[in-house]
Design a protein around this ligand. Sequence first.
Ligand code: P6P
Length: 315
Amino acid sequence: MTDLKEWLSAQTTDEALGGAIESMAAAGAEIARVLREAPIAGQTGLAGSDNVQGEAQKALDVISNDIVLNHLRENPAISILISEELDEAVNMSSQGQFIVATDPLDGSSNLDVNVTVGTIFSVLPAKGGLLQRGTEQLAAGYVAYGPATSLVVRIKGETSVFTLDAQGTWVQTVAAARVPEASGEFAINTARERFWDAATTGYVKESVAGETGALGKRYNMRWVGSMVADVHRILMRGGIFLYPLDSETISRGGRLRLLYEANPMAWLIEGAGGRSTTGTMRILDVEPSDIHQRVPVILGSAEEVKRVEDWYGRG
Ligand code: P6P
């Protein structure tokens, strides 16, 4: 079976780019080791600090961020790190060609109930500066800490899936992921229905009407509350993930962050034939205004995402 190193050398002649991805993969493997025994070490609780978003940091958020920092500091190709856990971008190697933007431990509120969480990362050219559209990404990926530890990564071509084996090797388990065009499964936090706009309300109502409604098709719903878990399910079997703008999040521009959640996930989903939108524009085309900017996120099976876009098009 192909391993990550072999795949990277086949995907790019830029060894430094491959090295940047390997640094994040190595950080993911170390975070996986920490998470496996965190309940024993009593590390699933709060750190007693808040991140730039004003959200209480879990001890493992801080520990994971430190692990990423340590691995990237050892890589001279990394110029700057942008992290959800750090207010400001961190300068690293003055010779570095790449900026890495990361959510070191997304979904960490699920840690104390042992639900899949993940590390999300985006690799951008340093010459483009901190605020670059998602289309400028050189690579993106995530590590999903679940029953298996999975690395999902894309440079320019296909989105590939690797599984960490007992020897610490990332073994390719899906060469080219494909998000099915059609799906009957949506992921949204329905407790927020009272905040939804007309498009989201229309899309969900049309879906839950099932085979008795206009679509004549049965839908199911899944919401883990951990983006990596929901997106990985969609990458592997189809579906649509929605965290749309709503009357409560509109003042902040949305819930999820553009540089280290929306853009890398959109990059991966589009590499697997899926589609991504804010509702009114392609996520990867959004012009960032701040390193911690939030955006609405709707992504997954192309037919479903297009149906949401149609609802937004109705005004
Ligand atoms: P809610 C986790 O905190 C996260 O950033 C994503 O991983 C997840 O999809 C979302 O927030 C869950 O949000 O409002 O359902 O708790």
